[in-house]
Design a binder for this molecule. Structure first.
Ligand SMILES: Cc1cc2nc3c(=O)[nH]c(=O)nc-3n(C[C@H](O)[C@H](O)[C@H](O)COP(=O)(O)OP(=O)(O)OC[C@H]3O[C@@H](n4cnc5c(N)ncnc54)[C@H](O)[C@@H]3O)c2cc1C
Length: 260
């Protein structure tokens, strides 16, 4: 990812195009199909699959979405719902990325929660390097207290996000994960990611709004993640229903007469 994808993604992002030439390289990683066993798929644990997703997002969130749709949404659906003949026919070539799959509707929110985690790891990496390299007022930016505080806040967020994601994986593996758990994981990680990426954008000064330095691109890439697979608000309400026993999706019945 660092060698073949990182150098070209900003250019493709600006053009709003996908670099299809990287697909064989994604195939060579041998992670497509994630947790599926057999049919040429790697049979990873849910935790290993989650970290693989995060490591892709660390370099490029668009690639991680492409990977999730192919591997989790499409391949997993075939593995769970397809006939034996369909699994034999489609999964081996999809596992090698010789064919590419797409699918709409819902993917699992556990993996989606790992996208903002990986994305923030990448932003933290970039800021850490940048603050040590760029000098202002005779010292590296890393020497200024406010910058250190922001960097540490970012690191704390990343650590907490990884732990929430890891806990979700363990609950899932134990068959104990509820919709409320998954929703809280997805909504909370995107909320923290928004803060983390905004801090990164501040730390880079003017370069924080240029796609060359990853952070502005990450800022843009995070927004769809905040919304798809249920917006932050709706996921919060799913968890709210679980902990209170009261669904609040529909507004309270409005009275006919206004007091105004
Ligand atoms: C890049 C991208 C990719 C997507 N990919 C897919 C996909 O592959 N498959 C798929 O099925 N969908 C996909 N979506 C659609 C996504 O799931 C929806 O955009 C999302 O669920 C929000 O729905 P909406 O856009 O209709 O917003 P709306 O429902 O119009 O919501 C607008 C605002 O009102 C809030 N709101 C709405 N209802 C309530 C309520 N009851 N209580 C409190 N607040 C409320 C929302 O939180 C939001 O802030 C994708 C979206 C994006 C941006």
């Amino acid at each position: 990812m660092e060698k073949d994808v990182a150098p070209i993604m900003a250019e493709y992002w600006e053009k709003a195009e996908f670099p299809f030439q990287i697909i064989p390289k994604l195939g060579a990683l041998r992670i497509a199909g994630g947790t599926i066993k057999g049919y040429g798929c790697p049979g990873l644990s849910i935790t290993a699959n989650a970290f693989a997703t995060a490591e892709i997002a660390r370099v490029d969130a668009s690639c991680s979405t492409f990977f999730l749709v192919h591997s989790s949404a499409a391949m997993l659906t075939i593995a769970l719902c397809g006939s034996e003949a369909q699994k034999q026919k489609y999964l081996p070539s999809l596992a090698e990325f010789k064919t590419v799959a797409c699918w709409v509707l819902a993917v699992l929110r556990v993996m989606v929660a790992w996208q903002p985690i990986g994305l923030c790891m990448g932003v933290y990496d970039m800021c850490h390097r940048y603050l040590k390299e760029r000098k202002q007022f005779g010292a590296p930016l890393a020497a200024f207290q406010i910058n250190q505080e922001k960097l540490v806040r970012m690191l704390g967020n990343v650590q907490a996000m990884v732990l929430i994601g890891w806990r979700l994986c363990k609950l899932y593996e134990a068959g104990k994960m509820t919709p409320g758990h998954a929703s809280m994981g997805k909504s909370w990680t995107t909320l923290r990611a928004r803060e983390t990426v905004a801090l990164g954008r501040e730390l880079l000064g003017g370069n924080g709004i240029l796609s060359d330095f990853l952070v502005a691109k990450a800022l843009g890439d995070l927004e769809p993640i905040y919304t798809f697979e249920g917006t932050y608000d709706i996921n919060a309400l799913v968890t709210g229903r679980e902990v209170t026993g009261i669904a609040s999706f529909r507004p309270a019945a409005s009275t006919q007469r206004s007091r105004l």
